[in-house]
Design a protein around this ligand. Sequence first.
Ligand code: GLN
Length: 432
Amino acid sequence: MAVRVQGYVAALLFFGASQVTGIACSAMGRSKPWAFRGSIRAQSAAEVGTIMELHSKLPWVGTTIFSQMSQLAQQVGALNLSQGFPDFPADPRLLTALNQQVLAGHNQYAPMIGVAQLREQIATLTAHCYQRVVDPEHEITVTSGATEALFVAIQALVRPGDEVIVFDPAYDSYEPAVALAGGRTVHIQLDAPDFSVDWAEVAKAVTARTRLIIVNSPHNPTGMVFSAADFAALEALVVAHQLYCISDEVYEHMVFSAAPRTSAHRFAALAARSFIVSSFGKTFHVTGWKLGYCVAPMALSVEFRKIHQYVTFSSFTPAQYAIAQLLQHHGELVDELAGFYQAKRDLFRQLLAQSRLQLLPCAGTYFQLADYSAISELDDIEFCRWLTIEHGVAAIPLSVFSHAKPSTKIVRFCFAKQQSTLQQAAERLCLL
Ligand code: GLN
């Protein structure tokens, strides 16, 4: 297979090849503080030789841009608006519930498919949000974050030689999972400012080898949200060509301006051929709990579970009980999430109104894209490094999410932050 160096991979090589191989570590030199991480010892030539003989299955992959930027932010003491996670605590009732569940003795393996109470709450939530009835016994599987669900769904579907359509900018975990399954990603580039999908172009990309389309709405990193027409077009393609779909909906409850939550759940023929993935880490501000789930029809779930049982077997038990408890008694929190994050989006945008950053539309998620072309000639990777080191605000370059590294000068900020963090960051950004 030809080694395709993806945008984000190039960034990784640039930022942190030192973490992956001792050779790169010494070659890049210590004059570039961002290129050397002291925690990784240099490897001997013999050790490096051993590593080379492994013939990596993912030769182009390094450490993710999220790890790199968070690490750089920590090293230089910058405000971290790069990796997507809240800097405020979760609801105290959830934290109390977790403590209660631990003390109540829920500390052994959960059932492989997930704790029954949680699967029932997920079915209730799916009916509430999308009016879709799903069977908690056969169609819902609890996973260790959405990341595991995406990985398992891809392994369940993709066979050697299969093509998988992804939309760039794309979340970084899709392509390595497809490659490990022996498949090949086919990239369709979405462009600023609205990052909308041209479904006629997608139809042209479908070949006899196409097996799967992966979509993500609300979309990381752009904040774009699919319309009902988008899902209808996707459904038509999937049905016409007997494809499968993975719908990554981890930001499903963060859709602004009171717009309806669109979802693959609402399209019966699409849902019948889809793995729909979500994450409690996003919904309840606990990304570190790594708890997610996958909804898929029984026949697909059977295959999904065959793999899930050998990847993690089951997920963190007390958190499953705690989230089931919260959903049962405070399900309204899920409906309040969009308003909560819309207020943060509006505050952040308002604070940046006087800056020279040009803000792109943001209809959902907790990410805000900004065009910095009025500020700097640097490419987006260099710009993020400069911004972090020289101005104390960490962001994520947009180009790293795309196969064809676009030359746009756009970066991503995460606004899942306390008001004071957003204010401090905006003060710094307004000085640029
Ligand atoms: N999804 C998070 C983001 O986009 C990162 C998760 C991770 O670091 N793997 O920032």
